[in-house]
Ligand binder design. Structure first.
Ligand code: ADP
Ligand code: MG
Length: 309
């Protein structure tokens, strides 16, 4: 393509909310064979909310939620925010009292924690009252030798089959409860996947979440090629494995954990509302944060480059 054609196309893109970083990225766009979508925050709204909190110990619900929320308070993960938001409702009157007393501090009911650590792709760990608390997935429980009864496992499976993420909680090495978290699909997601297929492009979903939830979400949106339980560095491996046959691969993502994949892709597309690190790693930025613009961008690339031949 001529420099003029590229300049015009980049301008049309910008006017439509698609920032394209350079002519090479624009040219690669027309040959895309695969588009890999991150699940959380890309295909889904990333506005997770707790739908179930089940206690599997003698603890009462309020006590359980206070422990879990305290453990998650230092995490930036969307799941952590959902848990805090949910627990907050159980402390409405505490927050109100604090306000009346002039403290004006919400979340004053959170417990003190020590030795907090976030374990990417697994969950969080810290100590409360000198006892270890773990909040996360099965892998986190397995690595800490927390036994999960068949009863609890069945409950988690049930959540996952209905597209929810099951979060397990262990305190002092006992499994004390499970949270079910739902994150709805973006409204345009299914239509965009269908559109890509019509353009002869293969959609793929990649996620750090578990297989059962991943499959349920993929089915809802119309994707059959799913890669689940993938650690952040593994997202780049998925990109490279699809590139092996010489195919041009795009990846769409929003999170810090997507940046290795976005950098490895021939065309990395970042959701505009995503993290700065994802935006930096990408070739295209979808400023309106709508998945429709994945199609806008590819269509623009195809049209510009064919018109000037
Ligand atoms: P994705 O690739 O879908 O964005 P992540 O890699 O961020 O997912 O997380 C993968 C899984 O790790 C989550 O589904 C959850 O089970 C667990 N996890 C990660 N962070 C947390 C957290 N702060 N609290 C609980 N679970 C977490
Ligand atoms: Mg994400």
């Amino acid at each position: 393509a001529t420099p003029t054609a590229i300049m015009v196309a980049t301008g049309v893109g910008a006017k439509n909310g698609v920032l394209i970083k350079g002519g090479d990225a624009l040219e690669r766009g027309q040959k895309i064979k695969y588009v890999i979508f991150d699940k959380t925050g890309t295909l889904t709204q990333g506005k997770a909310s707790v739908t179930t909190a089940k206690v599997f110990s003698s603890m009462d619900r309020g006590e359980f939620l206070t422990l879990v929320a305290s453990a998650e308070a230092s995490s930036e993960h969307p799941l952590a925010k959902a848990i805090l938001e949910y627990a907050r409702h159980f402390h409405f009157f505490d927050d109100l009292t604090d306000m009346k007393d002039g403290h004006n501090k919400s979340f004053g009911w959170l417990l003190d924690v020590s030795d907090f650590s976030a374990l990417p792709g697994q969950g969080v760990q810290c100590f409360i009252d000198g006892k270890k608390i773990l909040v996360g997935n099965r892998k986190l429980m397995a690595e800490n030798c927390v036994s999960v009864s068949e009863h609890v496992e069945n409950f988690v499976v049930e959540l996952e089959e209905s597209a929810k993420t099951g979060i397990l909680v262990a305190y002092d090495n006992d499994l004390i409860g499970v949270l079910g978290i739902a994150d709805p699909l973006k409204r345009e997601a299914a239509v965009v996947i269908e559109g890509l297929k019509k353009m002869d492009i293969n959609p793929v979903m990649v996620t750090g979440d578990n297989w059962r939830t991943a499959r349920a979400v993929a089915k809802e949106v119309g994707i059959t090629d799913v890669r689940a339980e993938v650690m952040p560095a593994g997202k780049a491996d998925v990109v490279r494995s699809l590139q092996k046959g010489g195919s041009v691969v795009a990846m769409v993502g929003d999170g810090i954990n997507d940046s290795p994949g976005l950098a490895a892709a021939d065309v990395g597309m970042a959701i505009g509302a995503g993290t700065d690190i994802a935006i930096e790693a990408a070739d295209y930025v979808l400023m309106r944060s709508s998945l429709e613009d994945v199609i806008t961008a590819i269509d623009l690339s195809r049209k510009t480059l064919s018109r000037i031949r």
